[in-house]
Design a protein around this ligand. Structure first.
Ligand code: ADP
Length: 396
């Protein structure tokens, strides 16, 4: 059975075709610059590469182009689009309504639309992706998998902000948390990998990519997470500031005659690693500059590690200890140097990194044999979670 997994952004559409018999990836691709000059599609299916540059004015056209690439007689991955049994969509914010993945109905679409105000950059294109699939293949089911669902188990003490409760009731203002699909996958996978029961486990998952978040996972459930109402809160990221004193927004707006929206935009797009280093939002560039002795690059590395260390300490406190710390995503999986900076001096907590084992980029335990806390690298696989959820839902 073939399932097509989609991640529709405002100007891009990433997709992956999976054969669920054996969970094999048949094709992977991306339509880029939707609605902008110079749209392209690039798809790989095994060693076959499909590339094309042609105008893609909207998401419906992007879906049609994707289907054309997937069924291309020479470079495609299937004969007919009827081979697709279901579409699985990443949807960023499912609010409080969706605690699990769900089959898309008109009512589900309406709720995703209701949450546009909470995720204005993500939910609208996510819904466009769903509607474009429905238009192209009306008889094929669509499943929505939400970044926020996994965090719906957080207790009120974690998800409420200390502002008048009226805002929670009237504006749905609360911590939602993101990267839930990844935190769910790696927290479950690490238990299988270590052969420990989920029940009774205290795990801190560190998803460190362009956007980064940490989650405290107790008994397999998210009980606190670093991202908040939006993905701006938490640790220092590629272009996002992470935690700030909210009065900073007012201070900059007043001093530089900027609107609140402009200041928040700066915090989202020009801050974090790029803002501190002045070099790049990509950790590889920062590392290269730091190796040459660039002080700002070293400061960016240290600030990133410091902000993550604070959450590890906080979540150990929240869970009354920690058994496993998991690193995942671009930086978490690949950057041994940053992992070393993060884990330095955690011996008091019983967590000791093995510098030799830490050289891995694969699924591995990277703590010393005598470390009470297991430190692990677990490559994330959000697409697989979406595919599995989609399959489970269409099979009832
Ligand atoms: P996104 O959050 O966009 O999914 P990723 O999870 O790919 O991003 O993370 C991007 C970050 O991970 C970048 O800072 C990049 O330097 C780092 N990264 C990604 N792949 C590698 C790699 N193979 N080696 C080293 N660093 C990597």
């Amino acid at each position: 059975m073939k399932i097509l997994i989609l991640n529709a952004g405002s100007s891009s559409l990433k997709y992956q075709l999976m054969d669920m018999d054996g969970e094999k990836i048949l094709a992977k691709g991306m339509v880029d610059r939707i609605g902008i000059d110079g749209s392209t599609i690039r798809q790989t299916a095994g060693d076959k590469v499909f590339k094309l540059k042609e105008p893609v004015p909207n998401h419906t056209d992007a879906i049609h182009l994707m289907l054309k690439a997937l069924t291309d007689p020479e470079k495609g991955a299937m004969k007919s689009m009827d081979e697709i049994s279901a579409f699985g969509h990443r949807v960023v914010n499912g609010g409080e309504r969706f605690t699990d993945s769900i089959l898309v109905t008109d009512e589900v679409k309406e709720t995703i639309r209701e949450y546009f105000v909470l995720a204005p950059l993500h939910n609208p294109p996510n819904l466009m992706g769903i509607e474009a699939c429905q238009e192209a293949m009306p008889d094929t089911p669509n499943v929505a998998v939400f970044d926020t669902s996994f965090h719906q188990t957080m207790p009120k003490v974690s998800f409420m902000y200390g502002v008048p409760q009226e805002y929670y009731k009237r504006l749905k203002l609360r911590r939602y948390g993101f990267h839930g699909t990844s935190h769910r996958y790696v927290s479950k996978r690490v238990c299988e990998f270590l052969g420990i029961p989920v029940e009774g486990s205290r795990i801190i998952t560190c998803h460190l990519g362009n956007g980064s978040s940490l989650t405290a996972v107790k008994d397999g459930k998210s009980i606190d997470t670093s991202m908040g109402l939006t993905p701006l809160e938490g640790v220092l990221m590629g272009t996002r500031s992470g935690n700030l004193d909210p009065a900073i927004v007012q201070y900059i707006a007043n001093s530089d005659n900027m609107t609140v929206n402009e200041v928040i935009d700066m915090c989202n797009k020009k801050s974090g690693l790029i803002g501190i280093s002045g070099i790049s939002s990509d950790m590889r560039d920062i590392d290269a500059a730091a190796e040459q002795g660039d002080e700002n690059a070293i400061l960016a590395q240290d600030m990133l590690a410091h902000s993550i260390r604070k959450y590890i300490g906080a979540y150990a406190a929240v869970m009354g200890g920690v058994d496993v710390i998991v690193f995942t995503a671009g930086i978490g999986e690949n950057n041994a140097h940053i992992r070393t900076k993060i884990m330095r001096g955690f011996e008091y907590l019983g967590a000791k990194l093995d510098l030799e084992k830490n050289k891995t980029r694969e699924e591995a335990v990277i703590s010393t044999d005598d470390s009470k806390v297991k430190i692990c690298v677990i490559p994330t696989n959000e697409e697989l979670v979406i595919a599995r959820d989609t399959l489970a839902i269409i099979q009832g």
